[in-house]
Design a protein around this ligand. Structure first.
Ligand code: ATP
Ligand code: MG
Length: 149
């Protein structure tokens, strides 16, 4: 099992573009490739009536595993603002365990998982420490065999 964690310290810097490109490349080596965006802010309605997010759909489309949206994206927030602000506005508590569980389930269905996540280095709020905690949780679940791209 292989996992790649794609991050960048700002919005619009190319995380999703790189994550999707990496997934396409990984599909040359692995039969089952999945993408994940644990927390997405900014929802859009799909043709089938469900709600999701542009990045989540890009990752789903780049995947060769037909995973449910709830695993690709455990937390969908409506407002297109920073996730920690959207979560606050919508009174949503981000539970790391839910993300780690979704990752583990996705991983069980896949040979490679690419995780697309903002990491806001300069803002030292509790919410902004969550990616690091999640990364460590996920890494420790897999003997530290998590790759950073
Ligand atoms: N290396 C690149 N060269 C040219 N354009 C790029 C490059 N990387 C990203 N872009 C363009 O920049 C825009 C933002 O990229 P992307 O959506 O991948 O950023 P992001 O870091 O995922 O943003 P967000 O934090 O909003 O999710 C997109 O329109 C994308 O096509
Ligand atoms: Mg993105």
């Amino acid at each position: 099992m292989n996992a790649w964690f794609v991050t960048g310290t700002d919005t619009g810097v190319g995380k999703t573009l790189i994550a999707a490109a990496l997934m396409h490349r990984l599909r040359e080596r692995f039969a089952r490739v999945a993408g994940m965006k644990p927390i997405a802010a900014g929802s859009l309605q799909l043709p089938d009536g469900r709600w999701s997010n542009e990045d989540v759909i890009a990752l789903r489309d780049a995947a060769s595993v037909d995973a449910p949206l709830s695993l690709i994206n455990p937390y969908l927030l409506a407002a297109p603002v920073s996730p920690h602000i959207a979560a606050q506005r919508e009174a949503v508590t981000i539970e790391i365990e839910r993300i780690v569980q979704a990752f583990a389930t996705l991983q069980a269905m896949s040979d490679a998982v690419v995780d697309d996540w903002t990491w806001r280095r300069r803002q030292r709020t509790a919410a902004n420490h969550r990616p690091r905690r999640c990364l460590l949780s996920v890494a420790s679940m897999h003997g530290g065999r998590l790759r950073t791209a």
